[in-house]
Every structure is written in C-alpha cells, then in structure tokens.
Design a protein around this ligand. Structure first.
Ligand SMILES: O=P(O)(O)O[C@H]1O[C@H](CO)[C@@H](O)[C@H]1O
Ligand SMILES: O=c1cc[nH]c(=O)[nH]1
Length: 288
C-alpha cells in the first residue's frame, strides 16, 4: 500500500492532524458539525460527560457522552473551503494509520450530522422551521477538484438543475443526496428539501447591499426549480460540500437547517438563539 507523504498528510508533532489538532482517539463515530465555534458548547452542554475539549483556529471540538452514546461536536467555520479540510481530516483520523501513513484495510464510516443556520427561499417556510436537506446542491467550486460518482437519481436531478441554471456562466453545480438512513431516522417528520450551498452570504445568496449583483432575480431563479416532488427550500454555505465529500469517502451525512431568514418574506429571526437551541435539542433527542 502507498505510504502518504509528509506533505500530503500533515501530522503535528503531538500526533494530531494538521488543522483539527485532533488525534485518532479523540473523535466518536458520530460527529455533529456546526458552523459557529460558539455553538459547540451550546451542543456539548447537554452531554452527560465531556471527555475532551480541543481547538485550533475556527475548529473547536468537544467529545463526550450523551447517555451511553459517544458523540463529537466540531465547528467547521464558514464555507466549503473549510469543509474540504474538516471532512478530509476526519476521514484521515479514522481511515489512515498515523504510524505507517497507510490507508487502513478496514474502513470506518462516520455519521456526520450538521446543525446549521439557513435562509428559506419558499414562502411557506416560516422562521424557526427545522428542515432536513434531502440533497445538497453546490454552486461553489469544491467538487471541481474531486472525482464524484453519482447515483441514477442524483444524475437525473443534476441534469435538470443544469438546464434550469444553464444561463449562469462560470458555475458548475454539483449535487449529492443525504444518507437515506439518517434522513429517515434523524430527519423523520421534518420538512425535506434541496439545500443550495453558496460560495458567499451576500450576492452569492442574492443579497444586495452596496455592491451590484451580477445575477439578477437570484432568489426567484432558485425557488422556481421543480423536479417531480423536489424543490429548493433553503440557502446556506456548507451542506453540499459535506454531502459530496462525505459520500466520496464512504461516510454518511445529514444536514439539519434552522431557518433564521426568509428571503421571500424579507424577514430575519428576532431570536436566532432560540431557533438554534430548538434544533440542537431535537437532534440530540433523536441521537440518544
Ligand atoms: O450557522 P452556520 O452553521 O455557520 O451556517 C450558516 O451561517 C453562516 C452564514 O451566516 C454560514 O456558515 C451558513 O452556512
Ligand atoms: O440567509 C442565511 C441565513 C443563515 N445562513 C446563511 O448562509 N444564509
């Protein structure tokens, strides 16, 4: 088997992976990811026991137990460039032998559950809705750099997306489904929809403040997509990267979105903390 070079797989002198600053024994098989580093303790405050707190840059990690279930909660910061780091380094922690620098014979599949905040693009989705992403649709560039194999369903949905968004220049959309098992367990009874992952918060999500937008009517272009019973429900900045890269590496992923903004009703939540808290409690209840 190929030995990974010191520049491909960077291991710190204490045996931890380069950015996450974690050693293989530091993480559980079920990982909750959040964008905001401050949200990590909002999740781990519900743990019965916290065994580890580590961090570097925006990547804060707490591992502990909720009842008998060992869980890791980890902040990714904002954007799919960070997702590239987080998913690759989590995978390395479980699937590469750090002593031999070789890929292990028996691979581990992690459960990766994102609890994030998001803006709704459909009028019937009110503030405080907690929805599960059936698919992540990336308008960022991350998956231009990886080989991704699509299922028949993903292929067909992506073909329709490419027609719908065909007039957008310089964008190469990618699409990945949620893990079906997680969607039907953790995501059961929640509204399901396609989540668009954007490479920014302002113009890349159709917001206009002072800089002029190059893409007019962005939100109506997004919310008018329809294919069978699939529609685009919300916009954020990580889900598509998590879904795509997790699947490429054999992990299972689900993204849960706390709706803080309605982009069609022009509203933003008066109590974002409460909305996020509700999402955290719901997911931890379902995980334990
Ligand atoms: O609240 P988090 O998880 O960071 O998620 C959303 O909030 C950030 C933008 O405000 C982006 O990261 C977006 O995806
Ligand atoms: O509108 C929103 C709200 C939260 N996060 C986003 O990325 N967009």
């Amino acid at each position: 088997m190929n030995k990974l070079s010191e520049s491909d797989l960077v291991i710190n002198s204490d045996g931890s992976i380069y950015h996450l600053n974690l050693r293989p024994e530091d993480i559980a098989d079920t990982i909750i990811t959040v964008g905001d580093p401050d949200r990590v303790s909002e999740v781990s405050k519900y743990f019965d026991h916290i065994e580890l707190k580590k961090g570097k840059r925006e990547f804060i990690t707490h591992t502990g137990y909720l009842g008998k279930k060992r869980l890791t909660v980890l902040s990714t910061g904002i954007g799919t460039d960070n997702i590239d780091i987080v998913i690759n380094e989590l995978d390395a922690l479980v699937n590469i032998d750090f002593n031999s620098r070789e890929v292990k014979k028996d691979l581990t599949s992690l459960n990766i559950i994102r609890i994030g905040t998001s803006g709704a693009v459909q009028a019937d989705l009110s503030m405080g809705t907690i929805l599960a992403s059936s698919h992540g649709l990336g308008l960022d560039a991350l998956m231009n750099y990886y080989v991704q194999e699509l299922s028949g369903e993903e292929h067909s949905l992506l073909d329709h997306v490419k027609v719908h968004f065909g007039h957008l220049k310089n964008i190469n959309p990618y699409l990945t489904a949620a893990d079906t098992g997680l969607l039907n367990s953790i995501g059961k009874d929640l509204i399901h929809g396609i989540t668009v992952t954007a490479p920014g918060f302002y113009a890349p999500q159709g917001r206009q403040v002072r800089a002029k937008n190059a893409v007019p009517n962005f939100i109506s272009m997004i919310n008018s997509f329809e294919q069978g019973n699939h529609r685009i429900t919300n916009l954020e900045m990580e889900t598509a990267g998590i879904y795509a890269l997790a699947k490429v590496l054999g992990h299972k992923a689900l993204s849960i979105n706390a709706i803080l903004a309605s982009r069609v009703n022009f509203e933003f939540s008066k109590d974002p903390q409460e909305v996020v808290e509700n999402a955290i409690k719901l997911i931890l209840e379902r995980l334990s």
